[in-house]
Design a protein around this ligand. Structure first.
Ligand SMILES: [Zn+2]
Length: 281
């Protein structure tokens, strides 16, 4: 097992006091509201809370069935690439759709706490869909014929480069991708750690010292997860009784709390008694 101990880690991101949802070329963007105040934060102050906040936001998104079906429709071999959104009308353009409201509200809560990640010009945000949404749909061909949408996508990306704005649809992929990494990692590829610096000091008579600093939200989250798994040896599990996510250092841990363990066991023994009761008749 890898054992990587940083004597300290530091993350950095800019948070604006208020964010809003605004359209640009038929796509909805999340961006700082007018007359905002900015402040610099360290997203790694409380790593467990950061991980849970990402999981909670991702869970809100993945529990929106209509939206997940929409992602399934635009996916390619279980992957959703952000450029594919530009091939279809934006799901979030209909601001009154109940699921659009649920998702944007959850994103705003997260972003007002941690800020936005950088919309990477050279990279296509992508995520793997949960297995239940990985279907081979044949209805994709209607828009697939032309590649014109790619031009609009790249033009929009360049136009937005100077602004602090992130498309709502792409931001959902940001969370779904981290959700996969934090729970069951279905990506076998190594993740690149960017905008992260390591500092090392080795002095006679002292323990060698390794520290790390990340700039931006995405690098901070990756650094958080490196420390979480390899330094603190923690993992995210799903409770066998209530289905909630919880953080544990015990690889065999199945319940989020002693209460859930007791409830699960009581339910099991009741089931057993019922079965035995039936057998005697
Ligand atoms: Zn539980």
């Amino acid at each position: 097992m890898i054992d990587l101990h940083f004597s300290s880690i530091q993350g950095e991101n800019i948070v604006h006091s208020k964010y809003t949802i605004k359209p640009y070329n038929h796509f909805m963007y999340i961006q700082p509201a007018k007359n905002f105040i900015t402040k610099k934060i360290n997203p790694l102050e409380d790593i467990d809370t950061l991980i849970m906040d990402i999981l909670d936001t991702a869970q809100v998104i993945s529990s929106c069935k209509k939206y997940m079906q929409f992602l399934s429709k635009i996916s390619e071999n279980t992957f959703v690439f952000e450029k594919h959104f530009w091939r279809y009308p934006d799901f979030f353009e209909n601001k009154n759709h109940p699921e659009a409201i649920t998702i944007t509200n959850a994103l705003l809560v997260f972003v007002e706490k941690y800020g936005l990640p950088e919309w990477e010009l050279e990279r296509d945000t992508k995520a793997i869909l949960p297995p239940e949404y990985c279907i081979n749909s044949s209805s994709k061909s209607e828009y697939a014929a032309s590649n014109d949408y790619l031009k609009t996508f790249l033009t929009d990306k360049i136009a937005q480069q100077e602004k602090i704005a992130f498309p709502v649809c792409s931001l959902t992929l940001f969370f779904l991708d981290f959700y996969n990494i934090f729970t069951i990692n279905r990506t076998s590829k190594l993740k690149r750690v960017e905008h992260c610096r390591l500092f090392f000091r080795n002095e006679p008579g002292k323990e060698p010292e390794l520290t790390a600093a990340a700039t931006g939200l995405k690098p901070s989250i990756i650094l958080a997860f490196i420390t979480f798994t390899t330094g603190h040896h923690k993992a995210v599990h799903i409770c066998k009784h209530c289905g909630k996510h919880f953080i544990t250092t015990d690889a065999r841990s199945e319940y989020c709390s002693p209460k859930c363990r007791a409830s699960y066991n009581t339910a099991q023994s009741r089931k057993r008694q019922k079965r035995q009761g039936k057998e005697t008749f």
